[in-house]
Design a protein around this ligand. Structure first.
Ligand code: NCD
Ligand code: ZN
Length: 349
């Protein structure tokens, strides 16, 4: 049995760190183990301009603990009004690594998301030309007749398939894969399309959320699906295939926003993220594929070099904190797997 692994330092290709006290309270969990992270732009108001991106990057960097060389990769929130020149200039100036597409209403803070896919055509055409990545929350949400469990499948058929045809040179990421249909689609469209995979879509199905009491802490978008979907997602991650890579979608919320009459979507897993992936790969007998998934496939899809440093994990039990205190009115954020025994620990890097 392997009890210790050393690999290239991982990156997190899908991360929410919010702003203000929340940002200051959560940033360290990612910065301590990951070399880089795609910082999602769904703030209120969203990050839609170069000026917003620069200002947000400074606040993120100010929240990174001293001595860490963690690098945030900023993203631009796509709206119906996004200007192709602004996006292209942000990319050329190194402010924006990618653009994030949220269909309106699909998830937390998506109210400014895309309502009319015709209107974003000039931006997508420009991105294709300059080699900028498009990150996609792939769920059809505006049409209330679409069942919430089918949103990923309907989006693929109705939106993504035409996009892959119309912009063959546009490299895209279908974020937080949650269904067998999604996994198979990414595989079929690689390398044009890549897909991120969260630890919780690998670990949980909808029974975990609904079958023995309702667990609002497992409520996320895309929503947890059937066991067959979970298995397809987990198998894709541990396959080592180049089109699948690590994106935690760690999404902290104040406890009052999660435990509410209308609770919000998002799971805060940064405090246990790389350790949980290690556990899941270990249980599947696939620890030898963890490096590709966590540290190599993502940079390759983005056209970036892997990190220079390494990280070492050891099989060793520790207990995850149940919550992280947030100074001020937000009070605390509940941690995924909080209070549970975590079987792997980062010992170096
Ligand atoms: C994310 C959030 O809270 O910002 N929520 C979630 O359920 N995953 C947004 C997102 O990635 O959908
Ligand atoms: Zn997300």
């Amino acid at each position: 049995m392997t009890d210790r692994i050393t690999m290239v330092k991982p990156d997190d290709w899908h991360l929410h760190v919010r702003d203000g006290e929340m940002l200051r309270s959560v940033m360290g969990f990612t910065a301590r183990h990951f070399g880089r992270a795609i910082i999602m732009p769904n703030l209120v108001p969203p990050v839609t301009t170069i000026a917003h991106g620069l200002a947000y990057r400074s606040r993120v960097l100010a929240a990174v603990p001293e001595g860490s060389d963690f690098q945030p990769l900023m993203t631009c929130y796509l709206t119906d009004e996004t200007d192709a020149d602004e996006v292209a200039r942000g990319f050329a100036e190194g402010v924006f690594t990618a653009v994030k597409l949220y269909p309106v209403g699909a998830t937390t803070n998506s109210a400014h998301g895309v309502t009319d896919f015709e209107k974003i055509r000039p931006v997508l055409a420009r991105m294709e030309k300059i080699g900028m990545r498009l990150l996609i929350h792939g769920e059809e949400a505006a049409d209330a007749s679409v069942d919430v469990f089918d949103r990923e499948a309907v989006f693929i058929e109705k939106r993504l398939e035409p996009m892959t045809r119309d912009y063959p040179g546009l490299r895209m990421v279908l974020e937080h894969l949650s269904s067998k249909i999604g996994v198979d689609y990414v595989r079929a469209k690689a390398p044009q399309l890549g897909g991120t995979i969260t630890p919780y879509h690998m670990e949980l199905n909808r029974n975990h959320m609904l079958a023995s009491g309702i667990r609002p802490y497992f409520y996320c978008m895309p929503i947890l699906k059937r066991e067959g979907d979970r298995m397809a997602v987990a198998q894709a991650a541990i396959s080592g295939e180049a089109c699948f890579f690590l994106g935690t979608d760690s999404a902290p919320h104040p406890v009052a926003a999660k435990l509410a009459v209308c609770g919000c979507a998002g799971l805060f897993n940064a405090p246990v993220a790389i350790e949980t992936y290690a556990k899941l790969f270990d249980e599947a007998g696939a620890l030898d594929k963890l490096e590709a998934f966590a540290a190599l496939n993502g940079p390759a899809h983005y056209g970036l070099a892997p990190n220079a440093g390494t990280i070492t994990l050891e099989r060793a039990d520790w207990i995850a904190p149940e919550e992280v205190a947030i100074p001020g009115p937000e009070q605390r954020a509940i941690v995924y797997r909080g209070g549970e025994t975590i079987q792997w620990r980062v010992v170096a890097g």
